[in-house]
Design a protein around this ligand. Structure first.
Ligand SMILES: Nc1ncnc2c1ncn2[C@@H]1O[C@H](COP(=O)(O)OP(=O)(O)OP(=O)(O)O)[C@@H](O)[C@H]1O
Ligand SMILES: [Mg+2]
Length: 508
């Protein structure tokens, strides 16, 4: 019996496809070839497998080994197939337990010394293996903690190719080997989030932050340098509720794909704050063989914060269109197209003009008017259209400083109460938060507000001082205000409050 057969997984974005790896011997000139749409990294696997086997005392047959990867029409990328290729090739002659090989998925790259090197995307790959019903997966030791987050499949870590061979019953000596370290055994970036109570004064802004958190509304903050925009934005994630199972797994999978350490299933929403010099690729994602998710996908399930938004390039801001519209981001690369989730809450902070002093009491703005218009104009269009709350901030004055602020715990309590009410009300709809609800449903659905309550809006619409889109935005926020106040319906004050939160500094 000269056929070696086992399994691995190829990832396209977060989608894992099972790949069958078969090795066979033939009487050609001794050599090694991989067929089945393999990319360059996989072509190099021949050499890695050859050396890794030689250095592990697992001699490859002195004949021609052909490795076939199927399904043949699925492009195979990256180096995570190395281990499966090697073990299938070894199994052509060595007495490995074939049944065990056939029920195991192998993931990992090989070093020339025969050690298994951790790869990115282990979590989504193991999930795919578990969903496909495999009994066991063998991963590089450095990826073990991450792989073990998946339930319903036996997960084993291997330090070297020898370990893998031994797992399938081959009698090879157990040589003590130092494992190759993973992407980091501790998740160092779980820093304590700052408390809302640190914010002095700024009652309107804090309230707006709570409304944004409660309704999942995108938020724009405009104000002079030092007004506390960045300070407030950083306090938003702590107000949001914990992630549910599915979202937590999705967030962890994206981290895994990005090569970030994943050792626990984090429940707190992610916070991504790309620098304003970030390129469109840094936001969207790139990478040629294995997809590197950008900031937009990494923010999915949490908050995407664009600080100094007026300084971002037009290209970078354009990249936000699709995810804001569809909650997903499509990434096109040569030979493949991947879709990643990108459902985030957007927080945009900007100065009122390039120098930051435009409209500031006592401030002298030195910017030409064209520059001011261009600065804010960059943010207009699709971006501003999606933002429900536009907040104008001023610097705090000394007299305000004596007012004690609200703590993050208190605020989160209010947010969670409001979210529960919204979820309950929207239980028969595809939406969960007020920000997602469609305009038509708000205006003419079963819960449309009384005309007497929406009169100021209807008048403004009639006069042309409010667009229909603006109208919907006000209704959405009014519902959130009602939820926060424990009211079953928005009242006139809620509409007024929502109008106030919309006034902002938008060019329109
Ligand atoms: N309301 C406030 N309460 C407490 N501290 C504040 C407040 N506003 C500003 N500060 C202090 O000022 C610092 C600067 O604030 P922050 O960086 O948030 O301003 P900004 O509006 O983002 O300014 P820029 O436009 O320059 O980015 C904060 O780190 C904080 O220490
Ligand atoms: Mg700032």
């Amino acid at each position: 019996m000269s056929l070696g057969r086992t399994w691995s997984v190829v990832l396209t974005g977060l989608v894992g496809d099972i790949v069958e790896v078969e090795a066979d011997l033939s009487n050609q000139i001794p050599g090694f070839s991989i067929i089945g749409l393999a990319d360059k990294a996989l072509g190099e696997a021949q050499q890695r497998v050859h050396n890794a086997c030689a250095n592990s005392d697992l001699a490859l047959p002195r004949r021609h080994v052909t490795v076939n990867l199927s399904p043949a029409n699925l492009p195979k990328r990256g180096s995570a197939l190395d281990v499966a290729v090697a073990i299938a090739a070894v199994a052509t002659e060595a007495p490995l337990d074939r049944e065990s090989l056939a029920e195991t998925v192998h993931l990992g790259e090989l070093g020339l010394d025969g050690r298994l090197r951790p790869v990115s995307g282990i979590l989504p790959a193991v999930l795919a293996a578990a969903r496909a019903g495999f009994r066991r997966v063998i991963v590089p030791h450095g990826n073990l903690a991450e792989a073990a987050l998946v339930e319903g499949i036996e997960v084993r870590g291997a330090v070297s190719l020898r370990d893998v061979a031994r797992a399938h019953g081959l009698d090879v000596p157990d040589v003590e080997t130092e494992p190759v370290a993973g992407p980091g055994d501790v998740e160092t970036d779980e820093v304590a989030t700052p408390d809302l109570a640190d914010v002095i004064g700024q009652r309107d802004a804090v309230e707006a932050l709570i409304v944004a958190a409660a309704g999942g509304h995108h938020l724009l903050m405009s104000g002079p340098p030092g007004a506390g925009k960045t300070m407030l934005a950083k306090r938003l994630p702590a107000l949001l509720p914990d992630l549910d199972d599915e979202t937590a797994l999705q967030v962890a999978s994206i981290r895994s794909l990005a090569g970030l350490p994943v050792t626990t299933l984090r429940r707190r929403p992610p916070f991504e704050a790309p620098h304003h010099t970030a390129s469109a690729v840094a936001l969207v994602g790139g990478g040629s063989r294995i997809l590197q998710p950008g900031a937009i996908a990494r923010a999915s399930g949490g908050v995407l914060f664009l600080d100094e938004a007026g300084e971002f390039s037009g290209h970078a801001l354009d990249a936000l269109r699709q995810p804001l519209e569809s909650g997903r981001i499509e990434i096109h690369r040569v030979g493949f197209r991947a879709v990643l989730p990108a459902r985030f809450q957007l927080v945009v902070a900007t100065n009122p003009c390039p120098c930051g002093n435009y409209g500031v009491p006592g401030g002298a703005c030195s910017c030409p008017s064209l520059a001011i218009r261009r600065y804010l104009g960059r943010l207009s269009g699709p971006l501003i259209d999606r933002i429900d709350i536009e907040l104008g901030l001023q610097r705090v004055s000394a007299t305000q400083s004596v007012v004690a602020g609200m703590s993050t715990d208190e605020a989160r309590e209010r947010v969670s109460g409001a979210r529960d009410r919204a979820r309950h009300r929207l239980s028969d709809t595809p939406w969960r938060t007020n920000s997602e609800v469609e305009g038509t449903w708000l205006r003419s659905g079963p819960l449309r507000p009384e005309p007497s309550i929406t009169r100021p809006l209807d008048d403004a619409l009639h006069r042309g001082s409010l667009t229909l889109r603006g109208y919907d935005r006000v209704l959405r926020v009014a519902w959130t205000l009602a939820d926060l106040g424990g009211r079953g319906h928005p009242n006139a004050a809620d509409i007024g409050g929502a109008l106030y939160l919309k006034r902002g500094a938008s060019p329109r």
